[in-house]
Design a binder for this molecule. Structure first.
Ligand SMILES: [Fe+2]
Ligand SMILES: [Fe+2]
Length: 524
């Protein structure tokens, strides 16, 4: 409780030896507030302000209606420090105007003031019990601390309406995505403990949806989700747990890498040794239009944000490696023309196929193996320590795409899709002939020249993308081999998505050659 008295005249002021003006707290009250300011720099073991769950009330003695002004000052000051103020959080004595009798000098108290004081005390006790049972979430503490020290404004969303743009929050699939998504619907700081990860972190639907949602906060965000969640410490910790499980599974599958002197040659060998089912060959030879649409729905998770994950790595590189990556990314972003961005071209393919090209439109339909391909790139891109893995990841993309991209284009042509719908793939056939060389001979070589100790990380990234792409291709082909949809929620009736024939394009006869399989056969 803070107590203060007021005075209504300079005469009283001098007599009492106080240094206040009319209607201001006495010096002692100001001193108490200044002492309490020390709480601003103190936190408990959970990083919370020590005053956060504590309740304060204000009692003003005196005989002037300046009590309201005094109360306003003190309540604001106490609240800034972290105290909570209950309803009717101030009690005061207002004597007869311009008279000199203080409350403490009344012979028998004041009925109204006594009742108000009891109400204030009861409300304070009630609020204190509530806070003891249900303390504030951490966010409130951080926001207060950051505003004051250092003097910068913290969450930009304070007081602003939540964003409506961005893909809608998907439906949870289990305990992990359920924990993340239920928290994201609330204010930052409300994420509870992480459920145990008892699933296959390489492909589990629930884990990868949870991880995807964590990462999406760094891209376009999710509709209705506070942008401040992007850097919420508890969510970052949760995400680290998911990433740790994924990395462990990758290490288990890939095994220890051998750092060879010539990383470029080691990369060539890794790509040449890769094996797995060929999605592009299947779709070219015998894929139906429905299966080709399913393939595009899967790929929309990455392709509609194409190049963005790798761009995160650019500030982490320098010299030739940076310049080479920027040259590749410049083309991926359409050389400065939005209509030519590869993400735009893929959207055109989707539209031509009668699919919804809205960013994130199919998130609820995408299984774990699909989301894993995007999450891998996001994980490497968002961690500086994985910059070399990101270089290896991009190098594999660029060095292995020409053959499958050409097959996908021919598969579309076989099914009557004209040039506009095939342009995404045709552009890659042409561009990646150049990108592959830039990636291997400049980006990879440049990185290893400047940071030779990162060879193992680079090869790990290359092996990781080959592994998740292999599992992705296997997932689709296994589903299709049983006549099932490869999408979640019992698939979709893609037959209702009629292709838009952009031109009177004659169907082309498929070529069923199976030679020249590319390891990145699922083809980005
Ligand atoms: Fe591309
Ligand atoms: Fe490329």
């Amino acid at each position: 409780m803070a107590c203060a008295s007021t005075a209504h005249s300079r005469r009283q002021h001098f007599r009492a030896g106080h240094t206040y003006l009319d209607g201001s707290p006495v010096e002692q009250a100001q001193r108490v507030l200044e002492r309490l300011d020390a709480f601003l720099g103190e936190t408990d073991s959970g990083g919370r302000m020590v005053s956060l769950d504590r309740v304060a009330i204000v009692a003003v003695v005196g005989n002037d209606d300046g009590a309201h002004h005094v109360g306003a000052e003190l309540i604001q000051g106490l609240n800034d420090i972290g105290f909570s103020i209950p309803a009717s959080g101030m009690t005061y004595w207002v004597g007869e105007a311009m008279h000199k009798t203080d409350y403490k000098d009344l012979p028998s108290g004041s009925g109204k003031t006594d009742q108000a004081t009891k109400t204030t005390a009861a409300n304070a006790a009630r609020l204190a019990r509530i806070l003891a049972d249900r303390p504030y979430p951490i966010r409130g503490v951080r926001a207060m601390s950051v505003v004051i020290d250092p003097p910068i404004d913290f969450p930009p969303s304070h007081g602003r309406p939540l964003p409506l743009h961005g893909p809608p929050c998907p439906t949870p699939r289990g305990t992990l995505s359920g924990a993340v998504l239920s928290a994201l619907r609330q204010s930052p700081g409300s994420l509870g403990p992480m459920p145990p990860v008892a699933v296959d972190a390489l492909s589990d639907d629930d884990l990868h949806l949870a991880l995807y949602c964590c990462y999406e906060l760094h891209y376009r965000g999710l509709a209705g989700v506070d942008p401040a969640w992007e850097w919420d410490p508890a969510l970052l910790g949760f995400r680290a747990g998911l990433e740790g499980a994924l990395l462990q599974r990758l290490r288990d599958e890939i095994g220890p890498s051998v750092c060879l002197a010539d990383v470029g040659s080691a990369l060539d060998e890794l790509i040449a040794a890769a094996s797995g089912p060929s999605l592009s060959t299947f779709l070219l030879e015998s894929g139906s239009l429905g299966q080709l649409k399913e393939f595009c729905v899967h790929r929309s998770a990455y392709q509609l944000k194409e190049a963005d994950p790798h761009t995160f790595a650019i500030p982490r590189l320098w010299g030739e490696a940076k310049a080479a990556m920027v040259e590749i990314q410049y083309d991926e972003y359409g050389s400065g023309r939005a209509a030519s961005m590869h993400s735009t071209l893929f959207a055109d393919t989707m539209t031509t196929l009668g699919l919804d090209s809205t960013y994130g439109a199919y998130l609820d339909k995408l299984p774990g193996p699909t989301l894993a391909t995007v999450n891998l790139a996001s994980m490497f891109g968002l961690h500086r320590r994985w910059r070399a893995a990101m270089v290896g990841h991009l190098a594999v993309f660029e060095m292995t795409s020409i053959v499958p991209m050409e097959r996908y284009s021919r598969a579309l042509a076989r099914l009557g899709i004209g040039p506009k719908g095939r342009r995404f793939y045709d552009v890659h056939v042409a561009a990646d002939a150049r990108h592959g060389a830039i990636a291997r001979d400049r980006m990879v070589a440049g990185l290893i020249e400047t940071e030779p100790d990162l060879g193992q990380d680079l090869l790990f990234g290359a092996a990781a993308v080959l592994l998740v792409e292999k599992r992705f291709a296997r997932h689709l082909l296994d589903a299709w081999s049983t006549g099932s949809s490869s999408l979640l929620l019992a698939g979709m009736d893609l037959s209702e998505c009629a292709p838009h024939h952009d031109q009177n394009q004659p169907n082309e006869s498929p070529s069923c050659s199976t030679s020249g399989l590319g390891p990145r056969d699922s083809g980005l």
